[in-house]
Design a protein around this ligand. Structure first.
Ligand SMILES: C[S@@+](CC[C@H](N)C(=O)[O-])C[C@H]1O[C@@H](n2cnc3c(N)ncnc32)[C@H](O)[C@@H]1O
Length: 278
């Protein structure tokens, strides 16, 4: 019997169940838009930068099918192992993950037809080097499609934190705050400039926004997503001697805001950037 017609009931073991979530909730709004714009075809060589636990890598592998091949690159070994477990359990034959950095892509010149990245490009150390590497490994006419959250992300929180630091006249922490935002969320105009310098024509930029909604700031600070992915870096902005005081003030102001508004909303503006290699 053809492989796709064989019953898959045997796959519902412990490993399989442990990998059922295919797309992290945070990544979904960006990722769904990216998939809408992805070039679909046959015989494509595709690269996913910062492929994490396997999104959009594995979705793209399955949508394009076995005439195409997709590589995911990420320096984080534990997430690569999880992606590998998914590849094995889903028996995906046209995807592979590689441990490495976007700044030094282990591929030859003009290799890829498509390069994608869902919230990966904005997390690299050196954006200029990464985009220049994307230029080197992409073919003429290749699609370079990536998403990133924008500099006004979570501004409801950052504005209050900034205000509290200003009240303390703490210029060092204020500088750290600006640097923190700039490093992860470079202005769109700057990204476009780097793309142009690297022979990528920006065909389309789709801007969108979603909200993370919480009952109040106490709830927000205790949410696992905030606690494990954001709070440590936020804490490093405020001065060590005053961290608790500043954060207590921020929390209390955001709680008052939530009281007035009936909820605390953090906005996440993001962009899908669709380019062609000239
Ligand atoms: C926000 S996660 C996105 C993961 C996945 N693409 C998704 O949509 O869920 C960013 C990923 O970029 C990876 N990353 C960080 N620095 C990188 C670099 N220099 N080169 C490649 N990937 C990098 C991280 O390890 C992480 O897995």
């Amino acid at each position: 019997m053809k492989e796709y017609l064989v019953s898959k009931s045997y796959t519902f073991n412990k490993d399989f169940i442990s990998i059922i979530d295919e797309l992290p909730l945070w990544a979904a709004p960006f990722g769904l838009k990216l998939l809408e714009k992805l070039k679909i075809g046959r015989n494509l060589k595709v690269l996913d930068i910062g492929s994490g636990t396997g999104f959009p890598l594995l979705e793209i592998a399955q949508r394009l099918g076995e005439t195409s091949v997709i590589y995911g690159i990420d320096p984080w070994l534990d997430v690569l192992n999880r992606a590998q477990l998914k590849i094995a359990n889903y028996r995906i034959k046209n995807a592979a993950v590689i441990s490495g950095y976007a700044e030094e892509l282990p591929f030859s010149k003009s290799y890829f037809d498509v390069i994608v990245s869902n919230n990966g490009i904005n997390n690299v150390e050196d954006l200029n080097k990464t985009i220049s590497e994307c230029r080197r490994v992409s073919k003429k006419g290749a699609q370079f499609l990536f998403t990133m959250n924008l500099d006004k992300s979570m501004m409801e929180f950052y504005n209050v934190l900034k205000d509290e630091l200003e009240k303390e006249s703490d210029s060092i922490s204020l500088d750290r705050l600006e640097k923190h935002i700039y490093e992860k969320r470079r202005p769109l105009s700057e990204i476009k400039m780097i793309l142009n310098e690297n022979h990528f024509e920006v065909k389309e930029v789709i801007e969108d926004k979603f909200y993370l909604r919480f009952a109040d700031a106490t709830t927000m600070f205790n949410h696992s997503f905030i606690k494990y992915w954001f709070l440590d870096n936020w804490k490093k902005i405020a001065p060590v001697r005053n961290t608790e005081l500043i954060f207590d003030r921020v929390k209390s102001r955001l709680n008052s805001l939530a009281e007035e508004q009936g909820e605390l909303k953090l906005s996440i503006p993001f962009a899908v950037i669709n380019c062609t290699k000239l």
